[in-house]
Design a protein around this ligand. Structure first.
Ligand code: TXA
Ligand code: MG
Length: 534
């Protein structure tokens, strides 16, 4: 079959795509998540061709793409209030809702189920095509079944040239993982596939939202999949992928000790790896990880990789979607290296880190207080004092004793001073921390309580990070009481620290420690999860 190549930035070529679709043909179209392979959703003969072109099992239902919310009504038997709320909050965008289907939806689209999946994409070209076709479009990802989803036009050309009527070029996809699929068809809303809209965002709109167990775990033998797509082999590059659940240090050490392998790592790992490596984004840039993952998997095939050790992403935010795709690409092969499992505990002043730390201690975890270690005499040995005197003036050390007040005054006066102080003390603090961890080696899990976990580089040693958070007024009130500060002093101290978002975007878990929230419930949940992992 000859495949027409069309350009999304040419109006007449988009119109041509619309005509082909209306006439029952297949066109690959760009969306903000991944490219989709579209056909008229109301035409069973056209839809059948999608399954053939992709080599997709016919019991795996398709998502119906619409251009206006008003197109939802005819497709669904009923529209619950939750659907209205979600449409208002996240459409157009990377969210697919599953509702009871109307008779308008062909059985082939719904894979024989009584439900239909609907999405209103945000990509302007996707919307223009749907408008031009004048019908809702059924569209799975535009890859051959089992392969990573296409996020670039070149990926689509590779998989589908010669198999469909036309390919519409809309450039690179900005989200990079598929839409979040949530079912509203029964009971409590439940995420069947994590994606561009996060579980945290959904909970903000709906309150209670569950996550289907198949999101994180292999489907048990003989169990029926709520979303048929979850039972098939997925996102598989040609290489064997193994997920390595480790801290930055543990990951680099482990991979460097392996032979004949490639690394699929975070940006920060690249300069430290001695095996051929490819990054799928910055460690704390989960949106970038989502955007680059599929493309990186395909690139590894291009490099002829046989075995790939992939760095395990965080499961928070859009990280959950990245994890969900990677663990499938890895066929659920995960290895954990290093012990004890070191968990960083951080957050702004007054959030209540120590309270949280004590609770975990009661449950049996080890606990290291970095502030205390930082002040320990072993850090400020003779050589250290000499360097400090050289950098900040001889009088900061009087008779072999450090004048902490004077040192702080001088070092914190300028950013350069602070930087210099860190250069002198951080390596020594790190050494102290390592010694203390050695002493806790018989523990399964050890908490590392460090207010400046990220700034100090201690996060490189942690496999997980918990951030404790509380509203700013609550934090201010706490430090006023605890440290005897005035309102102004408290405000000044809090302003000198990074904003809450800094911690939230980096943490794997966030504990909300305001007056109203229940601490023990949150702690129990994290405890159970981490305990279960080892
Ligand atoms: O971002 C996306 O959602 C992309 C773009 C093209 O829109 N599309 C996409 O489609 O990822 P696909 O077919 O690759 O994945 C659809 C997923 C499958 O896991 C399928 O099993 C599930 O949604 N699904 C579709 N209809 C369903 C239904 N009625 N009940 C449960 N799961 C359903
Ligand atoms: Mg797919």
């Amino acid at each position: 079959m000859e495949t027409l190549l069309l350009r999304g930035d040419h109006k007449d070529e988009v119109a041509r795509a619309g005509e082909i679709l209306r006439a029952g043909g297949l066109v690959a179209i760009p969306t903000e998540t991944v490219y989709g392979l579209a056909a008229n959703a109301l035409d069973p003969a056209a839809v059948r061709k999608i399954y053939e072109a992709k080599g997709r099992p016919s019991d795996n239902p398709l998502i119906v793409h619409i251009e206006e919310v008003s197109q939802l009504g005819p497709l669904a038997l009923e529209i619950p209030e939750s659907a209205q709320k979600l449409a208002k909050a996240f459409w157009p965008g990377p969210l697919t809702m599953i509702l009871k289907k109307s008779r308008l939806v062909p059985a082939l689209v719904s894979g024989g189920l009584e439900t239909v999946a609907v999405r209103l994409p945000a990509h302007p070209v996707a919307r223009a095509v749907i408008r031009s076709a004048g019908v809702p479009l059924a569209a799975p990802s535009a890859n051959l079944s089992g392969r990573p989803s296409p996020t670039k036009f070149s990926h689509v050309r590779e998989d589908l040239s010669g198999r469909v009527d036309a390919l519409l070029d809309g450039g690179d996809c900005t989200v990079g993982v598929e839409s979040t699929v949530i079912t509203l068809a029964e009971g409590v809303p439940r995420v069947l596939r994590p994606g561009g809209v996060t579980v945290e965002q959904l909970r903000q709109v709906l309150g209670r939202v569950e996550v289907d167990s198949a999101v994180l775990h292999r489907l048990e033998e003989g169990k029926k999949a709520a979303s048929p797509g979850m039972k098939y082999r997925h996102y598989s590059p040609k290489a064997e992928v193994v997920l390595v659940d480790a801290s930055s240090e543990e990951y680099v050490n482990y991979v460097n000790s392996q032979e004949d392998c490639h690394a699929l790592c975070f940006q920060e790992d690249l300069p430290l790896l001695r095996v051929p490596a490819l990054s799928y984004g910055g460690r704390y840039n989960r949106e970038e990880q989502a955007r680059k993952l599929f493309s990186a998997l395909l690139q590894l095939d291009g490099l002829g990789a046989k075995k790939v050790f992939a760095r395990c992403p965080s499961k928070r935010g859009v990280g959950l979607a990245v994890y969900n795709r990677l663990i499938r690409a890895a066929g659920f092969q995960v290895i954990r290296v290093g012990s004890p499992l070191l968990v960083g505990l951080t957050g702004p002043s007054g959030a209540g880190k120590s309270t949280v730390g004590r609770e975990f201690q009661k449950l049996g975890w080890g606990y290291l207080d970095c502030d205390k270690l930082t002040r320990s005499p072993q850090v400020y040995d003779e050589a250290c004092l000499r360097e400090l005197a050289q950098a900040f003036g001889g009088d900061v050390v009087a008779e072999g004793m450090l004048n902490r007040k004077l040192l702080a005054d001088r070092a914190f006066a300028t950013p350069e001073g602070r930087e210099l102080l860190n250069q002198i003390t951080f390596p020594r603090i790190l050494r102290r921390v390592r010694e203390e961890i050695q002493a806790e080696a018989d523990r399964q899990i050890v908490l590392l309580d460090a207010p400046t976990l990220f700034e100090s580089g201690l996060d490189r040693m942690c496999r997980r990070v918990i951030s404790v958070d509380a509203p700013r007024e609550v934090r201010a009130a706490r430090i006023i009481k605890r440290d005897g500060l005035s309102r102004e002093q408290a405000a000044l101290r809090l302003s000198a620290q990074p904003e809450g978002e800094f911690y939230l975007s980096r943490a794997d878990y966030v504990i909300e420690n305001s007056r109203e929230s229940s601490l023990s419930g949150q702690i129990q949940e994290i405890f159970r999860e981490l305990q279960g992992e080892d």
